[in-house]
Design a protein. Structure first.
Length: 172
């Protein structure tokens, strides 16, 4: 049996000194790595990724699902033009996403023929690319006033809705 054949069957450790160092490396080195990791984890409070302000992040995580907003029910209603400028003009001035342009009689003609109730219902519940407008910053009556303002600018003769009557105190 030649020396080359014998060496082909041996491992990477050839001397007792190499065996000692391999034993130290395989048992002692992992212990030091574990000690280092434990020290790193327990050394200081670390913020979660993306949490710059821990109190603010905590408040966001535990916030309430719903919010109750109390509004003044006796505030004067906004005019149709004012509501249009605040809520509707962004899309209806440019005709974005198929919205009929303001004062475009051709685009509004077929819609006006459907009647005011249908137009107001479409505005409140949404239609096509237009999201529902009801329940937002304006009351349903104010949204109806904006619809009347837009339709009348295109040739309709709708009357602007009045404020709903307050319930009388003498009813029991």
């Amino acid at each position: 049996m030649s020396h080359d054949q014998h060496e082909a069957h041996t491992g990477p450790i050839k001397t007792p000194k190499q065996l000692v160092w391999a034993s130290i490396a395989s048992f002692v080195l992992p212990v030091f790595i574990i000690i280092g990791l434990v020290f790193f984890v327990t050394s200081s409070n670390k913020q979660a990724p993306g949490a710059s302000d821990s109190e603010r992040a905590l408040a966001e995580r535990i916030q309430k699902v719903g919010v109750v907003e109390v509004r003044d029910a006796n505030r004067p209603l906004k005019a149709g033009e004012e509501v249009y400028k605040a809520q509707c003009a962004a899309c209806h001035n440019a005709g974005a996403a198929g919205a009929p342009k303001f004062a475009d009689a051709g685009a509004w003609g077929a819609r006006i023929k459907q009647g005011l109730d249908t137009l107001v219902n479409s505005a409140l519940k949404g239609k096509g690319a237009m999201g529902a407008q009801g329940g937002g910053d304006f009351s349903d009556t104010e949204i109806a006033r904006a619809v009347v303002y837009m339709a009348n600018s295109a040739g309709a003769k709708f009357e602007e809705p009045k404020a709903p009557a307050a319930p009388s105190a003498d009813k029991k």
